[in-house]
Design a protein around this ligand. Structure first.
Ligand SMILES: [Zn+2]
Ligand SMILES: [Zn+2]
Length: 335
């Protein structure tokens, strides 16, 4: 196929300013990279933290976006695992060094010298991108359309957060019912879990969405569910949710924080942590998480709810996400 020399992209130049719709050269794949014609790129809350300047070390200028689905249209000389026309997914974890103590211990999500797609490496708010082939996921036909883009981060991070929970946990709270929670709830219910969903206080639309997807109970973040929770996963970036979730936790229960950024956590009494309750963050993902996740999706029925936007509408989509007006996940669809 003919590959143009220029492409359209939404470019992040300065925190607090809208992305700029611009022409950029189509990147060329290095030896270990594939060139991807992007089909769709999901919009993740992390993208908001980048454009709002809460994550302070982006590459500049930057093409954001780390929930990429696209078709391989070129590849470097060292790439064997992926061929032209394969459909691949490109996640947040874009590179790891393979040499640091974390990589050597199988914890590449904690790598000392990582590269992150759409943050320190150009991502998917564009018509083309290059990605290290070793960090791409080969997608089957079932997961090769724009609807599956949110699986690449919202889905994966939700899944990794869920894996942190003791498998015997039955009653699980989800704080923040957005892209990640709406995917995870489907998996968790299929595995016999009972889900209690918390939205912003008074977010009736969010609560009815959570109810529709099978929550046993829905409420605002300052409400208490009718039973004590065995675990709670926090997807919303609000530090005050940690003591709020601990308050609803049974002995031995876990609070898992799935987001990359959170506002300040208010001081709380040790009583809330007592009884072997714990608080843990989830950082990034490993390639093994992705393989496990897409394996489970072959049999589990998970449907994403998506709102599609064109590439040049990325700023509008980000604004809607910021104001909590996206039900499910926002996705940029190319051409
Ligand atoms: Zn490393
Ligand atoms: Zn993300």
């Amino acid at each position: 196929m003919d590959i143009p020399t220029l492409m359209n992209a939404m470019v992040f130049e300065r925190a607090g300013e809208p992305l700029v719709y611009n022409k950029l050269p189509v990147p060329r794949p290095a030896a270990n990279q594939v060139l991807i014609k992007i089909i769709a790129c999901g919009i993740c809350r992390t993208d908001l933290h980048v454009v709002d300047g809460e994550l302070t070390r982006p590459k500049l200028p930057l093409v954001p976006g780390h929930e990429i689905i696209g078709k391989v249209v070129g590849r470097g000389s060292d790439v064997n695992s992926i061929i032209i026309n394969d459909i691949v997914g490109v996640p947040w974890l874009g590179y790891t060094c393979g040499k640091c103590k974390f990589c050597l211990a199988g914890k590449e999500n904690l790598c000392d010298n990582p590269g992150f797609t759409g943050y320190t490496i150009d991502g998917g708010y564009a018509e083309y991108t290059v990605a290290d082939a070793r960090f791409c996921f080969l997608l089957d036909e079932q997961h090769s359309s724009a609807n599956s883009a949110p699986l690449l981060c919202a889905g994966l991070i939700g899944f990794r957060s869920y894996k942190m929970i003791n498998p015997t946990a039955k009653n699980i709270g989800l704080y923040g019912f957005g892209a990640a929670a709406h995917i995870l709830i489907q998996l968790a219910i299929a595995q016999g879990k009972t889900i209690f969903s918390f939205t912003k206080d008074g977010d009736i639309a969010g609560q009815s969405f959570a109810e529709k997807l099978g929550s046993a109970w829905v409420g605002g973040s300052s409400d208490s569910p009718p039973v004590k929770l065995d675990a709670a996963i926090i997807f919303a970036p609000a530090g005050e949710l940690i003591p709020a979730a601990l308050r609803n936790l049974d002995k031995g229960g876990q609070v898992i924080c799935g987001g990359i950024y959170m506002s300040q956590i208010p001081a709380f009494s040790y009583d809330l942590l007592w009884g072997e309750r714990s608080v843990q963050s989830v950082a990034n993902l490993t390639r093994a998480d992705g393989v496990d996740f897409f394996d489970i999706l072959k049999t589990a029925h998970v449907e994403t709810q998506t709102e599609f936007f064109k590439l040049h509408q990325a700023n509008d989509a980000l604004n809607l996400l910021r104001s909590g007006k996206i039900k499910g996940a926002a996705v940029l669809v190319m051409e």
